[in-house]
Design a protein around this ligand. Structure first.
Ligand SMILES: NC(=O)c1ccc[n+]([C@@H]2O[C@H](COP(=O)([O-])OP(=O)(O)OC[C@H]3O[C@@H](n4cnc5c(N)ncnc54)[C@H](O)[C@@H]3O)[C@@H](O)[C@H]2O)c1
Length: 391
């Protein structure tokens, strides 16, 4: 059957398989031991060739409580911040996981790279494009691995999207619509405001979940460079004292300093138009599925109600088979891949093998340029050109 053959074509795009070597334990440190550090440490604890030797958090006692929670003894964590930890030569660190809130991504990544360490940096890359460029300069100077924490890249369904686009099945892609989000889902409560305050987050839904939708389509398309952006941001729900989602959120309206909705119309290299919108809160269930339109076929990727970087159901290719309009369902691949283990392992393997970064800054810089471009364009109310200097 023709349909089966066309699906086989995607499967035949082989991925390189790597064999981890565990000839010496890599010495790992943590910068930031809040929420997401828990996912990092669980994955590191699955790795036989890792020793967690240090960690720091600017909240006194938080790092010690974190390591105690995981039953780890002897981990050095008596540092007031990342600077003090990175200056301790007795640790002989190989690498750090940076799990700080967004505003501290760039300073911590630059400091760690300058200290000669490999860096696994949580998403979003940074808050601004300028910061990302500074991190990349430090990366280049250090010669170390910098990988950005996009674990959906390891999801087999996400890989399939890229395989379909790269196989040529859709022909020349010319228009892409992506994004998604939540009806009510601002990630904050009175005990945790680091996602909504400008001084910690710097960017809201755009950087929290928007970066995932952008990565989905940009990576599928082969990481094209963004050329221009016309952007929009708003914060009607975050600034509303009557907003009810998490208990007590209304009290946080005064603290809300980022976007809860963002949209952009982005011209990409290769004559592709990208139409993007993302929401932490809106009066709608979804702003739509992701669609990729090409001259020979179109791909529909069902949205999820949360949008944290996965597909919401079986995808469909709209194409012609022997002149007939045909829809081919691409079933969900149910593979027991622990995305966190895959993300951490890919980083460790790159260090051990001296290979290239699994989620490189050279790709994610375009994601950051779009987020930065949307914010800048929204501020001045006009389309802007994106300029990324040679690094
Ligand atoms: N990949 C994912 O699925 C995923 C999921 C959630 C969060 N994240 C990302 O992870 C980051 C952190 O999110 P979180 O939920 O853990 O936030 P959080 O506020 O719970 O934790 C951040 C921690 O970093 C500490 N910190 C800040 N600056 C520091 C510094 N200079 N030195 C040491 N410690 C410092 C804070 O005190 C805090 O404990 C965010 O950028 C977020 O976008 C990623």
């Amino acid at each position: 059957m023709k349909q089966d053959r066309s699906l086989d074509a995607y499967k035949s795009i082989q991925e390189e398989k790597k064999t981890p070597r565990a000839d010496r334990k890599l010495r790992i440190g943590f910068i930031g031991t809040g929420g997401i550090a828990h996912a990092h440490i669980r994955a590191y604890l699955h790795m036989p060739d890792v020793e967690i030797v240090a960690g720091c958090d600017i909240v006194p006692g938080r790092a010690a409580a974190f390591f105690k929670e995981f039953g780890l003894e002897g981990v050095r964590c008596d540092y007031k911040d990342h600077t003090e930890m990175l200056a301790d030569p007795s640790l002989a660190l190989d690498a750090v996981s940076i799990c700080t809130y967004n505003r501290q991504h760039a300073p911590c990544a630059i400091a760690a790279l300058k200290a000669g360490l490999h860096v696994l940096l949580e998403k979003p890359f940074t808050v601004t494009l300028d910061e990302a460029i500074e991190v990349m300069r430090a990366e280049k100077e250090s010669g170390k691995i910098l990988s950005i924490g996009f674990q959906p890249r390891f999801d087999e369904n996400m890989k399939m999207i890229r395989k379909i686009v790269q196989s040529g099945e859709l022909g020349k892609v010319y228009y892409v619509q992506t994004g998604g989000g939540r009806r009510r889902g601002i990630p904050a409560n009175p005990a945790k405001t680091s996602f909504i305050e400008d001084e910690t987050a710097g960017v809201g839904a755009l950087g929290d979940i928007g970066c995932y939708s952008l990565d989905l389509v940009l990576h599928a398309l082969g990481d094209p460079k963004p050329l221009t952006v016309s952007g929009y941001v708003s914060n009607y729900f975050g600034k509303d004292p009557g907003y009810v989602a998490y208990r007590g959120h209304g009290e946080l309206a005064d603290k809300f300093g980022v976007d809860d909705f963002g949209a952009g119309f982005i011209r990409l290299e290769g004559d592709v138009m990208l139409d993007f919108r993302i929401s932490w809160a809106m009066n709608m269930d979804t702003p739509g599925d992701t669609i990729i339109l090409g001259t020979k076929g179109g791909l529909r990727i069902p949205s999820t109600d949360c949008w944290n970087g996965t597909v919401g159901g079986p995808m469909k290719i709209y194409h012609e088979v022997d002149g007939q309009q045909t829809e081919t369902v691409v079933p969900i691949i149910n593979q027991p891949v622990n995305l966190w283990d895959a993300k951490i392992r890919s980083f460790l393997d790159a260090i051990i093998e001296g290979g290239s970064s699994p989620v490189p800054s050279t790709q994610i810089i375009y994601n950051q340029a779009i987020i930065d471009g949307i914010v800048r364009s929204a501020t001045i109310g006009k389309e802007i050109e994106i300029e990324i200097p040679e690094i």
